[in-house]
Design a protein around this ligand. Structure first.
Ligand code: FES
Length: 168
């Protein structure tokens, strides 16, 4: 395959669902938050893209407000946007149990296979944020597994990502 053929392939639009396209054009809850309770910055080793979630968590451990900033692709923006809608108003335990990559992909009407990791990043970042919230408080609820979930492993913290990418 010559260079021109490669360039042409890279221009073929990905088969995104209408929902992904709509959320990419009009994401919900996008932007920085003033005085969040927790900030979760996570990056994906598959593509090097980053995402930040800001969460305001009240004394009842309910997510009162959640926003995001994305430095990723359309799938990343769309999945982050849907995640904020799915978890807004939920308590942390329900968020942990109910938020999965599969559900997120279903909610956006499916993702092209090559974009699966973009949805995993959004879920992993929120779970890392919840873990961080309890670490900051010096508490470890028994519903949080000791080891990182597969989604968290694929959503690396900024420093881990930089280290991983520097070895590539
Ligand atoms: S390609 Fe990197 S987040 Fe989608």
């Amino acid at each position: 395959m010559d260079l021109q053929e490669l360039i042409n392939i890279s221009r073929i639009p990905l088969p995104y669902s209408q929902k992904v396209i709509d959320l990419f054009r009009n994401p919900k809850n996008q932007g920085k938050m003033k005085n969040p309770t927790v900030i979760a910055v996570a990056g994906n080793p598959a593509c090097g893209d980053m995402i930040t979630f800001y969460m305001k968590i009240n004394d009842q451990e309910v997510i009162e407000k959640i926003t995001f900033e994305s430095y990723g692709c359309a799938a990343n923006i769309a999945t982050a946007s849907i995640v904020t809608e799915m978890v807004n108003g939920l308590n942390l335990k329900d968020t942990w149990k109910e938020l999965s990559w599969k559900k997120v992909v279903e909610e956006v009407g499916g993702l092209p296979n090559v974009k699966s990791h973009c949805g995993i990043l959004a879920v992993g970042a929120v779970k890392r944020g919840i873990r961080k919230y309890y670490q900051q408080k010096g508490l470890v609820p028994n519903w949080i597994p000791r080891g990182l979930t597969s989604e968290e492993k694929q959503a690396l913290e900024e420093e881990e990502l930089a280290e991983k990418l520097s070895k590539k």
